[in-house]
Design a protein. Structure first.
Length: 139
């Protein structure tokens, strides 16, 4: 019993010691966010109007999962590698086999781990802009 009390006292004393400042504090700020948490500024204006910025809309609506290190990218990378494709194809912006109709269908109906997105989540005009961005040949 004395051993446990002594061990507890040692651990408590070790936790109460002041340590050197964290490297982030020494640099003057917190560490950078992972890519899937760094999103473009939300587009302003009418969400129902055509012609939105597809890259910004993709970052805002799809970025949580489909930017580098996001869950969707990780799952797609694993799936693509099992099919013998390069891991870069897990990132949607690198894919050359996507069509606008396929993107719209998957977004509206969902697929495997991806839940369906309603017209409140992403309007038809915004989805058209995102699909055009992902299928553009010179991304």
């Amino acid at each position: 019993m004395k051993r446990f009390v002594l061990l507890g006292a040692l651990l408590l004393a070790a936790c109460n010691k002041t340590s050197a400042p964290a490297p982030e504090a020494a640099k003057g700020g917190p560490p950078p966010l992972p890519p899937y948490q760094m999103r473009a500024e939300a587009p302003t204006g009418d969400r129902l109007a055509a012609g939105g910025d597809g890259a910004k809309l993709y970052s805002n609506h799809c970025g949580y999962c489909h930017l580098p290190a996001g869950m969707g990218t990780n799952l797609l990378t694993k799936q693509r590698m099992m099919m013998g494709e390069p891991p870069e194809n897990g990132l949607l912006t690198n894919r050359k086999d996507l069509t606008a109709d396929y993107i719209k269908s998957v977004v509206r109906m969902g697929k495997v781990a991806m839940p369906r997105q309603t017209r409140v989540d992403i309007t038809d005009a915004e989805l058209d802009a995102v699909a055009a961005y992902l299928t553009k040949a010179d991304k």
